[in-house]
Design a protein around this ligand. Structure first.
Ligand code: ZN
Ligand code: ZN
Length: 349
């Protein structure tokens, strides 16, 4: 089988790996997956272009990819929920189920989490950008036969968006601001609209993703490259946004959100900010009783995300801007980085 293997920054090789031997190596609850599509995430881009994401550095060859879907090729002896030939979205995370955070129903905060395609632990946790991979039965979510694999690959980033929305609470009738019109910001836009948000504004530093945001339903779009004044004026005119989702990972965007949210409003930090200390308008958090909340990966919403995709309750097709093959994986990464032409890029295997 072939796999995309990242050896260092800008050194992604398409390598031939031994085919999994049928029947010989699967544990009872494991599933061998024929991967069919994988989406390139911002963290994959960091590994690809810089060899690291924040403090996680590539120290051994890493198969990237945590947004993927495929067909069940083979099942372990104790697997009952899926069978060979079934099409599944794969939750790339496995939590332990027994630590205090797992037991209080916050599996994304598990102390012993295993997350595919990540160099956060050593040996690294290998990802899904290969023709075959092995996952646990519990990671597999069956999907109807007519949903294309490239759409199924959105289950993971959509889960991130749904989780962020849940962290904000009920969005019905709310005025919402999203800072950052990358795939996560755009998926939050779709989720917030579905959740009943009455007014949705979005910011970015580039016009193309903002145009995409308008096309999928943003009421206002601000290019904050030249400055945040028009945004802050718009915020003032409506008495401040009820909820802000910070999805850019930029400190100025977080601070703009703290200025644009109403007193007593909610700011959800979804984007990964630069490492180290962060200069934040913290007195504003205090004096206006702003709820500043984190949203990390996702909890138990993966099945909801799959259902949304399956019924197209949330239609992600406008976000799917590039489809590549394993042979052209390097081009896929280059395209994914170019925000002037790409929203979400998918590799098909
Ligand atoms: Zn991702
Ligand atoms: Zn746990």
């Amino acid at each position: 089988m072939r796999a995309c293997v990242l050896h260092a920054a800008k050194d992604l090789r398409i390598e031939e790996r031994p085919d999994p031997a049928p029947g010989s190596t699967l544990a009872p609850h494991e599933v061998r997956l024929r991967v069919r599509a994988g989406g390139i995430c911002g963290s994959d881009l960091h590994y690809y272009f810089h060899g690291r994401v924040g403090d996680f550095v590539i120290r051994e060859p890493l198969i990237p990819g945590h947004e993927f879907a495929g067909e069940v090729a083979e099942t372990g002896s104790a697997v009952t929920r899926v069978k060979p030939g079934q099409r599944v979205c794969v939750n790339p995370g496995r939590n332990c189920g027994t630590c205090p955070r797992c037991r209080e129903g916050r599996p994304n905060l598990c102390e012993n989490v295993f997350f595919m395609g990540s160099a956060s632990k050593f040996p690294h946790m290998q990802g899904g950008f290969a023709e075959y991979t092995t996952v646990a039965e519990a990671q597999c979510f069956p999907v109807a036969d007519d949903l294309p694999f490239a759409e199924m690959a959105f289950a993971e980033p959509l889960s991130v968006a749904l989780h962020a929305a849940h962290r904000a609470g009920n969005l019905m009738g709310q005025k919402v601001l999203i800072t950052g019109a990358g795939p996560i910001g755009l998926l939050i836009l779709l989720a917030a609209r579905r959740g009943g948000a009455a007014h949705i504004a979005i910011t970015d530093m580039m016009d193309q993703p903002l145009a995409a945001a308008r096309a999928i339903g943003a009421d206002e779009a601000f290019n904050v490259g030249p400055g945040t004044e028009p945004l802050l004026e718009a915020a003032k005119a409506i008495g401040g946004y009820d909820v802000v989702f910070e999805a850019s990972g930029a400190i100025p965007a977080l601070n703009a959100g703290l200025l644009a949210v109403r007193a007593g409003g909610i700011v959800v930090q979804v984007g990964s900010l630069p490492g180290g200390e962060t200069p934040v308008l913290a007195n504003r958090v205090m004096a206006r009783e702003i709820d500043l909340r984190g949203a990390f990966r996702f909890g138990d919403v993966f099945g909801d995300a799959v259902a949304c995709l399956e019924k197209r309750l949330i239609d992600i097709r406008p976000l799917l801007t590039g489809r590549y093959t394993i042979e052209t994986a390097n081009e896929a990464f280059e395209a994914a980085r170019d925000r002037s032409r790409s929203l979400k890029v998918v590799i098909e295997f």
